[in-house]
Design a protein around this ligand. Structure first.
Ligand code: SAH
Length: 375
């Protein structure tokens, strides 16, 4: 069963693409005592309120909401903070490039940890806020905010020692910001330089999910007595980003792909990986679930986080791929197959996934290929 407290979102409605989540009651606590009366407005330049929803539709990172969600993802943000503050030896007197700086949070961590200079590159309107934030915190002499795309900006230095970035999308690769990090690495990183994080791994497992599959997929078979199953075909093709309860897990978790961000090429982000998921109990399988880990292996003590169903929730949740038919699996039997992941040819930010799977069990024999699109 999916966590009823968490909001669900299909990839389709995900604009902005990083979606809201909450930790406990903290939100309520921070909401009280604040006011939106004019006299309480901060003394910065007037806010650019000419923006309409159309601007944000194409540039969701310009709105603070998406940054609020990322910053409040403490698993994410605390891990970066720990990596930086507990490994100051990496940063001392080093030149850092923050790829996709957003509010500038990672640049501020690096500056505080003793970096010689930090270049914070951000293409959205949030770059203007990052400049103010850097100034307000007294780091203007250490952090230079550059507004523009990594692929288009002129960096004032020929080389950097460290590249830091939080580029991961849903299913790790959705939004394809990894290419931007690799571009920056190849253009500016010194030969013995480091990339943070330097490791990302994608995993697959299988879950029982009868109730939710009924609600999200089979729903379309009979809508107030009408057959809308043409929409069912579309809905099953869209991976669902949602939290999975660890009790739903039926099989082992299989590592699909590990990426070494300091060495890989952009082509390595498209791959076919085999899998074998062995049932740990008699159960039904309604979906396969993908999630990722990232790690910072150059730290004094290796550090990282997981977005898996057995770990504390993050705003990435997990990615659920529903199967056409229910698999009836017995303990010890396995679903074997392969997953192919590729950039969409028309829109490189979208991801095409092909799942081939088969089960040759006592109670169920099935072999199938399904196509999915993250968009
Ligand atoms: N580093 C921030 C923001 C991470 S989200 C934090 O950790 O909170 C990724 C950011 O990268 C977004 O703000 C997005 O606008 C920016 N971005 C994406 N592609 C980019 C590109 N090609 N050049 C510059 N910035 C980019």
């Amino acid at each position: 069963m999916h966590n009823p407290d968490a909001e669900t979102s299909t990839m389709n409605e995900a604009k902005p693409t990083k979606i809201r989540f909450e930790y406990g009651d903290d939100d309520e606590a921070t909401a009280t005592g604040s006011s939106n009366l004019d006299e309480d407005l901060p003394m910065c330049d007037p806010v650019d309120d000419d923006k309409t929803s159309a601007d944000y539709y194409f540039d969701s990172y310009s709105h603070f909401g998406i940054h609020e969600e990322m910053l409040k993802d403490v698993v994410r943000t605390k891990t970066y903070q720990n990596v930086i503050y507990r490994n100051t030896f990496l940063f001392k007197d080093k030149i850092v490039l923050d790829v996709g700086a957003g509010t500038g949070i990672l640049s501020l961590f690096c500056a505080k940890a003793g970096a010689k200079h930090v270049y914070a590159v951000e293409c959205s309107q949030m770059a203007d806020m990052a400049k103010e934030i850097v100034e307000a915190n007294g780091y203007s002499n250490v952090i230079t905010v550059l507004k523009g795309k990594i692929e288009e900006i002129d960096l004032p230095v020929p080389q950097v020692d460290i590249i830091i970035s939080e580029w991961m999308g849903y299913f790790l690769l959705y939004e394809n910001m990894l290419n931007t990090v690799l571009y920056a690495r190849d253009k500016w990183l010194v030969s013995n330089g480091i990339v943070l994080p330097d490791n990302a791994s994608l995993y697959l497992t299988a879950i029982e999910d009868a109730e939710y599959k009924e609600d999200k997929i089979e729903f379309w078979n009979n809508v107030y007595g009408f057959d809308m199953s043409c929409i069912r075909k579309q809905s099953i093709m869209e991976p669902l980003v949602d939290t999975v309860d660890q009790n739903q897990i039926v099989t082992n978790c299989q590592l699909l792909k590990t990426m070494d961000i300091s060495k890989m090429t952009s082509g390595d982000a498209s791959f076919t990986a085999p899998f074998k998921l062995v049932a740990e109990r008699d159960d039904y399988i309604h979906a396969l679930v993908a999630y990722f880990d990232v790690s910072f292996t150059v730290c004094h003590k290796p550090t990282g986080f997981s977005t898996g169903p057995r770990s504390r929730n993050t705003h990435w949740k997990q990615t659920v791929l529903y199967l056409e038919e229910v698999l009836t699996i017995c303990e010890g039997e396995s679903v074997t197959g392969s997953m192919t992941v590729a950039q969409n040819k028309k829109n490189p930010r979208d991801v095409d996934i092909t799942l081939k799977y088969s089960l040759n069990g006592q109670r169920c024999v099935i072999s199938r290929t399904q196509h999915y699109k993250m968009r």
